[in-house]
Ligand binder design. Structure first.
Ligand code: SF4
Length: 541
């Protein structure tokens, strides 16, 4: 197999075989299908397994269904109160850990810094927690008067059978505030991905389309943008400069009210495909809003996404304005990026994170002259790797079947196609609408794709491929740094950001340069290089 340009000479297939030999045979058989050595020039000839249960005993980075529903999709909506129904640990875990920033609207309502939990105790587990939940909803309403309330069921709630839907219905009728209850018990599905789907279903059924308010001008919704470190505000700055109005963001800096009328926008733009494609598909079927996959991470990617929007609206004046903005922003940012590029050129990176971020950030790394040599997602499905065109061909297993697939029909009154069937077909053929090409086609031959990477695999990759940086999450950040390799969290940006858009690219370059070119990495010696380590063999079957 071909060698990676900037890595030590490595036969990748032999390397992967050697990693797999460290596992018991059954585990190796399962993991083999989740690791792909890119070799075909035509990426369509290559495939990977994803969205399967993590093998017990393997250390994974994945989160639970509740984390996907409350932590990812609903949590960023700051004018709602989000109640975790469960023991306090689950609530604390999902408390602002992703740094979703929020600015209140004119009503001044902002509950994003609070952590609301029913704090279930032993007696609630034995006698049931419904009364306590109802009391918590009432107390939250009377104290804060939020624009809506959400309730998130955790594992113990599912096990004891509290009917959170009935409690929500009763509370809604009694208090007169929208109460959305999510059966997102942590054990559902194989990762946080199940929670995204559950969140999408409820938002679609009980929020989107509940208020009809016309949105004038070129209006878009942004789906799957979570305003980490202020990303959504940089995207908003650029779109507004172009003359494009953001009707609603799902859900970074999200406002409940804007979501209710989001079905009136002209176009849905999808950032994180994995966490929110369900909502986009359902909105298209019910209301006729088409979707376009965009990537606002990276200078060239940002400009390409703006041109996609221009192509959709097909208005010469809007197109002219967009081109002006691209020219001005690219020129300004290029001067700032040039010195960083000089220091980062040819450095290698690995990305193991998320359901889209490990793909999005490759564009930004390439803007800086860096090479992504290995990448993979934590909770993606095969279409995130291979492209949205294969979604219908993915085998549905028992875990996926547990998550409801809503049957959606065009709304007899509100369905209104935004473009003619002919234009839609043309834009689909150009991959402007209804298409996501996935990560694999952007990984050149000679690179590695690893789904749901384990700590063992990660350690082997670090030791052999010796990357200059790894973009990842908190669960493996310090494992990586113990190998003297810097790790940038791209779930929460390590207290930094924004990284989206043009200005964000400069922030990212600054951070990455500071990390990679910091001499401290060469000075520190990890303890396991100073003292011998205990060793053991994995059990065999
Ligand atoms: S897995 Fe269950 S108990 Fe653990 S954080 Fe998720 S909901 Fe809570």
């Amino acid at each position: 197999m071909s060698d990676l340009k900037s890595c030590p000479s490595v036969d990748l297939e032999e390397f992967v075989d050697n990693i797999l030999k460290k596992y018991p045979a059954k585990v190796a058989k399962k993991r083999k299908d989740h690791i792909l050595v890119r070799k075909e020039e035509d990426p369509a000839r290559e495939s990977i397994q994803a969205n399967n249960r993590t093998v017990p005993g393997i250390i994974t980075q994945r989160g639970c269904c509740y984390a996907g529903c409350k932590g990812v999709v609903l949590g960023p909506v700051g004018d709602m109160v989000h109640i975790t129904h469960g023991p306090i640990g689950c609530g604390f875990y999902a408390w602002l850990t992703r740094r979703n920033l929020f600015k209140p609207g004119e009503d001044g309502k902002n509950y994003s810094t609070y952590c609301f939990s029913t704090d279930m105790q032993e007696q609630d587990i034995i006698f049931g927690g419904e009364k306590k939940l109802k009391q918590a909803i009432k107390e939250a309403w009377e104290t804060f008067k939020p624009n809506a309330i959400s309730v998130h069921a955790t594992c113990p709630v599912g096990l004891i059978g509290d009917d959170v839907q009935a409690v929500a219905r009763e509370a809604e009728a009694e208090l007169g505030v929208k109460v959305l209850a999510f059966n997102c018990e942590g054990y559902k599905g194989v990762s946080q991905s199940a929670g995204h789907h559950i969140a999408n279903n409820k938002l679609f059924n009980e929020t989107v389309g509940t208020k009809d308010e016309a949105i004038p001008g070129y209006s878009v919704n942004i789906l799957g943008e979570y305003n980490i470190g202020g990303d959504a505000w940089e995207i908003e700055r650029i779109l507004e400069k172009c003359g494009i109005k953001i009707a609603a963001t799902f859900s970074g800096d999200g406002k409940y009210d804007s979501m209710t009328s989001s079905h009136m926008a002209s176009l849905n733009l999808i950032m994180c495909y994995r966490s929110i494609n369900y909502l986009a598909e359902m909105m298209e079927t019910k209301y006729g809003i088409p979707w376009a996959k965009v990537n606002f991470i990276g200078v060239k990617a940002m400009s390409k996404s703006l041109r996609k929007i221009a192509r959709f609206f097909e208005d010469p004046e809007l197109t002219r304005r967009i081109e002006e903005v691209i020219k001005e922003e690219e020129e300004s940012v290029e001067q700032k990026l040039a010195p960083y590029r000089e220091r980062l050129q040819g450095k290698t990176a690995m990305l193991f994170v998320g359901g889209s971020r490990a793909h999005h950030y490759q564009d930004l790394l390439r803007d800086l002259g860096m090479e992504p040599v290995a990448a993979g997602y934590e909770f993606a499905h095969r279409d995130d790797y291979e492209g949205s065109h294969i979604a219908g061909k993915i085998k549905v297993d028992a875990d996926s079947r547990n998550i409801e697939e809503l049957k959606v029909e065009p709304d007899p009154e509100k369905y209104s196609p935004r473009v003619s069937p002919e234009k839609k077909k043309e834009l689909e053929q150009e991959s402007v609408l209804g298409h996501y090409h996935g990560m694999i086609p952007d990984m050149p031959p000679g690179t590695l794709v690893v789904d749901d990477i384990s700590h063992l695999e990660l350690e082997e990759l670090i030791k052999t491929l010796k990357p200059d940086i790894i973009l990842s999450g908190i669960k493996d950040k310090y494992v990586i740094e113990k190998f003297n390799v810097p790790s940038k969290q791209i779930h929460n940006y390590d207290y930094s950001g924004p990284f989206a858009g043009y200005k964000g690219a400069v922030n990212f370059a600054r951070d990455i340069d500071m990390m990679i070119n910091n001499p401290a990495w060469k000075l520190a010696v990890p303890p396991f290089e100073k003292k011998p380590l205990l060793s053991a063999d994995l059990g065999t079957d």
